[in-house]
Design a protein around this ligand. Structure first.
Ligand SMILES: *Cc1c(COP(=O)(O)O)cnc(C)c1O
Length: 396
């Protein structure tokens, strides 16, 4: 049995997306920039996808630029706002401590280039306070970038409130909506969002394709030089099948959003209730104001990577907040940001659901996690010290 509970990392391509993509690999494979009608068929598919995606965000199709994914969209949005700011001698950027590395590492790079960055701290519930963001804005602030929903702990941020503050203060507002698009309703006009990033593979579209919305009048800096594709904002022959698949996946996700939310939220709560019965564990992030499919826990006296490997043996694909991909054993910056101590942050487990997840899978996952936690604690000297009272428990 394979139980896939890592949908925040990536999702399975939907049938609708695959079916929509197939013709653009081998039948309508023309180059959209070609003038002959064969190429124009591909161009029309791009236009239709652009219009459809714009409709779901409530923006104009000309405000959508296709990218290679969420990371590129984040990079381009932030670099563009920074370049526009520099022209007016505004080199200060406001963000938060819980952003994705695509945002945080871009900001780090800009700091080396002479920009100043303020990362607003986030309270234990994992939700940034709009008033804290407002207080961090200065006369020389050129950009506020705050994610729509967090990829590790699932918390949903007060984007509309921050958007209103930024609009009032005349500061550009970007949001990384990679975890939100296709899962939560988004309206860039109503929420005063100037720039927004999304990525197809987080809502059952293909990998390697995403989009950047930038409000009319915001000049985007090209990260990739070359041809005049995407109105000069992103050079390179367009990923036509990818873009078509992204639009089809977003269509489907938006068409079924309410029923998916209800179904997945019920399963999420069943999972949270099940895992809450394991002693000395704690849910990360607000209980209510979180993505329908996100469950994130820390278990005391446990090492996250060992938990993942043992869960894998039991057929459960899960994730830990630890940055094991970078080869370092640093715990998740998000868990540290919400105040989890190092040793607790190391024992983190993220399980993320999709509309394909079943109640049977949830129950099996709860049983598997309980067994694995028990087993690991049974051979942990740290756990022995906790139980015998040599060291006090952090999580009651
Ligand atoms: C996955 C993710 C990204 C990166 O998107 P890619 O398409 O994989 O580059 C950026 N931000 C958040 C919040 C994500 O979850």
């Amino acid at each position: 049995m394979h139980i896939y509970l890592d949908n925040a990392a990536t999702t399975r391509l939907s049938d609708a997306a695959l079916t929509a993509m197939l013709p653009y690999f081998r039948e309508a494979y023309g180059n959209p920039s070609s003038l002959y009608s064969f190429g124009q068929r591909a161009n029309e598919a791009l236009n239709a996808a652009r219009a459809s995606i714009a409709g779901h965000l409530n923006c104009d199709p000309t405000e959508i630029t296709f990218t290679s994914g969420g990371s590129e969209a984040d990079n381009q949005a932030i670099r563009s706002a920074a370049a526009l700011g520099a022209r007016k001698n505004k080199r200060h950027i406001v963000s938060t401590t819980i952003e994705h590395h695509a945002v945080l590492h871009t900001l780090k790079r800009l700091e080396k280039e002479g920009y100043e960055v303020t990362l607003v701290p986030v309270p234990e519930n994992g939700i940034v306070r709009a008033e804290d963001v407002a207080a961090a804005i200065r006369p020389d602030t050129c950009l506020v970038t705050v994610m729509y929903a967090n990829n590790e702990i699932g918390t949903i941020q007060p984007v509309a409130g921050i958007g209103a503050i930024c609009r009032e203060k005349g500061v550009l507002f970007h949001t990384d909506a990679v975890q939100a698009a296709g899962h939560l309703p988004i309206d860039v006009r109503a929420e005063n969002i100037d720039m927004l990033s999304l990525s197809a593979h987080k809502f059952h579209g293909p990998k390697g394709v995403g989009a950047l919305y930038a409000r009319k009048g915001i000049l985007l800096t090209s990260l990739i030089e070359g041809g005049a594709q995407e109105r000069g904002r992103r050079a390179g022959t367009e990923n036509v099948p990818g873009v078509v698949g992204m639009a089809a996946a977003l269509d489907e996700a938006c068409a079924h959003m309410e029923e998916n939310q209800a179904r997945i939220t019920a399963l999420r709560d069943r999972l949270i209730d099940g895992l809450s019965r394991i002693p000395h564990g704690v849910l990360n992030g607000d209980r209510e104001n979180r993505l329908p499919g996100n469950v994130s826990f820390c278990f005391e006296g446990i090492e996250g990577e060992s938990m993942l490997l043992l869960l894998d043996d039991k057929g459960v694909s899960a994730s830990s907040g630890s940055a094991c991909t970078s080869g370092s054993l640093d715990p998740s910056h998000v868990l540290l940001a919400i105040g989890r101590p190092h040793e607790i942050a190391h024992g983190s487990l993220r399980l993320t659901l999709s509309e394909e997840t079943t109640p049977e899978e949830i129950d099996a996952a709860v049983a598997a996690v309980a067994q694995v936690v028990d087993y690991l604690r049974g051979m942990s000297p740290v756990w022995r010290d906790l139980v015998s009272g040599v060291t006090p428990f952090v999580i009651q």
